[in-house]
Ligand binder design. Sequence first.
Ligand SMILES: [Zn+2]
Ligand SMILES: [Zn+2]
Length: 213
Amino acid sequence: MCENHEGARSGPAYPTFDECVRFHGHSCPGLATGYRVATAAMRTLGVDRPYDEELVCVAETDACGVDAVQMVTGCTAGKGNLVIRDWGKHAFSFFSRESGRAIRILVKNSGISGRSAIDDLRKKVFSGTATPDEEATFRGMMAETTRYLLSAPESNLLEIREFTGKPPEKARIFASVVCEVCNEPVADARTKIVGGRRVCIPCSLAGESPERP
Ligand SMILES: [Zn+2]
Ligand SMILES: [Zn+2]
């Protein structure tokens, strides 16, 4: 039984993995992992469909899986209910504003066979030194791993633990000021005083004659 595709008609109404692939741009193990995390979070917290700001997510990674989390849970960077603290961990905390419950989901390292072989091939593929055969092997292994991650028993992949905690503060609306170097409007709370002038972050980093993007 795979709960992630189609499902019962009366079941959860969150997006399918294919919809996440369309959003993300490609199918990959990271996205599959994020999909399992997101659907596990929804089920554990009893949320059937993403709706406005009911959930808050703190992601401890900025990798591919975050896109599935945004798509499935409705926690998005733009709304401010997705906070990315890139600590390089495949861990995600979810807070339900409605119930006050909080869970942290840690992606286990075990369960993926042939990981070091994939890592070796990845280095070759991304440094351009892989033969066409090695590249095909790499793509095949990635696809196989993705399939495994979508269908493996949840307990093999994820550690879910409930904890007591509050979501990070909601983003406030900041007063807008004008940077005294580039003259662009900027949120007051994000400015710095440099040499007696109120400047935006890029200008504070670039000094007096910043290179503009
Ligand atoms: Zn990806
Ligand atoms: Zn500026």
